[in-house]
Design a protein around this ligand. Structure first.
Ligand code: GLV
Ligand code: GLV
Length: 355
């Protein structure tokens, strides 16, 4: 192959590998055992000649890495992730490196995990499982693991982009929940969907579902029974959910986060969970991954999973394929279809809606 392409991790499937090696690339997949590669590790991998890199969300793609890649003649970098808060896009631009991400293929898989965490929290699945395995079940009881019914309750979605909208649709259609959402952009498709589904329920003699676009985030926090966070992480969404905002939520609300950890002030969340035993949370992401804030692991009203929202076989193979296409496209001069530079800013009060 003419072009040297590096993947900092082994990735699922073979399609991404074939795509590269059948199109003039010599692919090197890093075999380093440690989970998180440092900037120094990656600089060593890049070496003196490298055309493109497929990297991971655990890596810090800033000035140092983009200047090293550029010195090695590299023109392309793709994150194997839709989120790119680990990528300094300005630095990439400065060194002439194109940046790609992997949206689309993980929308439903991620929304399905958010829905799984919602159900698990509402019905206390993890606590109940632990109870069974501990041999504590000695007969049916009216009070045993009583949780929340979703039907007829309100689901609140913060950030109604691809993933937030897919989650909203699942909860509305699957569980007949009413929707309230907050986003800088109106989601007319989502609104139309809920309207049509509400009309269908009404025609079937059932209570229709409703939707509302909130004008402030606090409105969602106050009115929703379930709140799921789907913004991008940037400086406008860092600690979006803090002590004050937690206090605005219902005492028995359920909060779900499958976006990025720093969107929640995790220490404040631990305090809130301690003070409000009926408040429950389902978390896929953490502020200082791979760590959890002290106290979180001991709380019965928290369900925690290790950043697995996009972890379905189909999606992970799709992400790997898109990441390879991003890098290959740039190297060979094909259009780069999924370019992080083209993803609109989100929940940013100063941003202008796309024309
Ligand atoms: C995973 O967190 C992603 O951003 O794809
Ligand atoms: C519960 O198992 C019931 O039959 O109501």
């Amino acid at each position: 192959g003419k072009y040297r392409v590096i993947s900092t991790k082994s990735m699922p499937g073979t399609r991404w590998i074939n795509l590269l090696i059948q199109n003039d690339c010599r692919l090197e997949i890093c075999t380093e055992k440690k989970t998180i590669l440092s900037v120094e590790d990656i600089i060593a991998l890049i070496g003196s000649k490298c055309d493109g890199v497929i990297g991971q969300l655990t890596e810090d793609w800033g000035e140092e890495l983009f200047s090293a890649l550029s010195r090695a003649g590299g023109k392309a970098f793709s994150n194997m992730a839709v989120g790119y808060n680990n990528v300094n896009v300005d630095a990439a631009n400065k060194y002439g490196v194109a940046v790609g991400n992997t949206p689309g293929v993980l929308t439903e898989t991620t929304a399905e995990l958010a829905a799984s965490l919602t159900l698990a929290a509402a019905r206390r699945i993890v606590e109940a499982d632990e109870f069974m395995r501990a041999g504590l079940y000695d007969g049916w009881l009216p009070h045993l693991f009583v949780g929340n019914l979703l039907k007829g309750q309100t689901v609140g979605v913060i950030g109604a982009g691809r993933i937030g909208s897919a989650y909203a649709r699942m909860m509305v259609e699957g569980f007949k929940m009413n929707l309230i959402y907050f986003d800088l952009y109106q989601s007319t498709r989502l609104e139309k969907f809920v309207t049509a589904y509400g009309a269908f329920l009404k025609a079937s003699g059932e209570t229709p579902v409703t939707w509302k676009r909130a004008s402030t985030m606090d409105e969602v926090l106050q009115e929703a029974d379930i709140i799921s966070l789907h913004p991008v992480l940037d400086k406008t969404t860092y600690h979006l959910v803090n002590k004050e905002r937690l206090a605005k939520m219902k005492k028995e609300a359920i909060l779900i986060n499958c976006s990025r950890g720093p969107v929640i002030d995790e220490a404040a969340l631990v305090e809130h969970l301690k003070e409000n035993p009926l408040f429950r949370v389902g978390l896929d992401v953490f502020e200082d991954e791979p760590y959890m804030k002290p106290g979180l692991a001991e709380l019965k009203n928290a369900i925690v999973v290790p950043h697995i929202a996009s972890a379905s076989k189909w999606t992970r193979e799709g992400m790997a394929t898109l990441a390879a296409l991003n890098v290959l496209g740039k190297i060979k001069g094909y259009p780069v279809w999924f370019d992080a530079n083209r993803v609109e800013p989100f929940l940013n009060e100063n941003a202008q809606p796309p024309a």
